[in-house]
Design a protein around this ligand. Structure first.
Ligand code: PEP
Ligand code: MN
Length: 363
């Protein structure tokens, strides 16, 4: 799938696709105030939820169609595009009627292929960017499926929004980022713009900067940051919203690295370092292959002596000694243990295969 460059569909004056605005549209004044401020910061798109999917009943569920009218009024007065969440085909039809520029599909909708398809049908043939948030569960195929349903309507103005994944386990994040899922999506579809939503990942405004910086360092194309004139009084997601001033500070402190550099010195130095890495990786593979030959000998030996493949004491000793050796060489315990678990799993697999061959021969 080949997607359009996001620069073709926003007013963005920054070198990343920045979307900001309140979690929920609460009043015409709130939207006009934020929209004016955001546009002064060079932000191309203002977000605001008209319909709010809430986990528990009796929470604020959005102003609906009324909010669409307020969003329309902002874009008539301020040079900024407006975006809202659609969770049903009826939402999408209403958003089109009121001239909303960009729609996004929320995490709770991406999980439902029927709804995503109905929304896709409702926007078929309409020239409107559609952003697709990750599903609440860490399922890359489901996320890709939703993107494909939109793409199949002929729309190439699509972006993915990474907002983290629900987890029962307590963590410092409201929604666990599991960065590798978004990175895999980006490697499957390199032209797909990938936006990070640090607000819903973090769940509190103190972590917005660090999550945003991490996303930019990973090469994300943009950020969607919840911004409210008075976050403490917000009707939804009060803990994670920042003021426009707070947003301005975050943006000024973020490091927007270039994805590539044409600087000849940089390119030649990078090439030299990569050549060294290539040599070291060849050595690593060589050493792993020598290790494998020893494992096969051990497998044969255990088989002859009728001894089990897995030896708990030996495994504990390997793990402890290698962790200590690694620490002595400035490598973290987590890293060494990850690697040794993979090496040990493979060793068990190889030895179990040898044991199996033995039994077959005996038959
Ligand atoms: C939101 O953007 O306010 C929202 C409800 O997000 P999500 O779908 O990521 O929970
Ligand atoms: Mn929100």
């Amino acid at each position: 799938m080949i997607f359009d460059d996001w620069r073709s569909w926003t007013h963005n004056k920054n070198n990343a696709l920045l979307i900001a605005g309140p979690c929920s549209a609460e009043s015409p004044e709130q939207l006009m105030q934020v929209g004016t401020h955001l546009s002064q910061l060079g932000i191309g798109v203002m977000r605001a939820g008209a319909w709010k999917p809430r986990t528990r009943p009796n929470s604020f569920e959005g102003k609906g169609v009324e909010a669409l009218k307020w969003l329309k009024a902002v874009k008539q007065q301020v040079p900024i595009k407006v975006a809202t969440e659609v969770a049903t085909p009826q939402h999408a039809e209403a958003a089109l009627k009121y001239g909303i520029d960009i729609l996004w599909i929320g995490a709770r909708t991406t999980v439902n292929p029927f709804l995503v398809q109905e929304i896709a049908n409702a926007v078929e043939g309409v020239d409107l960017p559609i952003l697709v948030k990750n599903p609440i569960n860490p399922d890359l195929a489901l996320w890709q499926g939703a993107l494909e349903r939109i793409y199949n309507t002929g729309n190439k103005k699509i972006a993915a929004i990474h907002r983290g994944f629900s987890s029962y386990q307590k963590s410092k994040f409201r929604n666990t980022p599991s960065w590798q899922i978004a990175i895999e999506l980006k490697s499957n579809f390199p032209s797909l713009p990938l936006i990070c939503d640090p607000s819903h990942i973090a769940g509190n405004r103190d972590m917005i900067f660090e999550v945003s910086q991490k996303a930019l360092d990973l090469g994300y194309d943009g950020l969607m940051i919840e911004t409210h004139p008075n976050p403490e009084q917000a009707l939804s997601d009060a803990d994670q919203q920042v003021t426009p001033e707070g947003l301005s500070k975050i943006i000024s402190q973020l490091r927007f690295a270039k994805k590539h550099s044409n600087d000849a010195l940089f390119i030649s130095q990078l090439e030299q370092l990569r050549e060294k890495i290539d040599l070291i990786d060849q050595e690593l593979i060589e050493v792993l292959s020598l290790r494998k030959q020893l494992i096969e000998k051990i497998g044969d030996y255990k088989k002859e002596n009728n001894v089990t493949v897995f030896q708990l004491e030996r495994w504990n000793e390997i793990l402890n000694s290698r962790t200590a050796w690694g620490n002595g060489k400035n490598l973290t315990s987590e890293f060494i243990q990850e690697i040794y678990k993979a090496i040990h799993d493979e060793s068990i697999r190889i030895q179990t295969e040898i044991m199996g061959q033995e039994t077959e021969k005996k038959k």
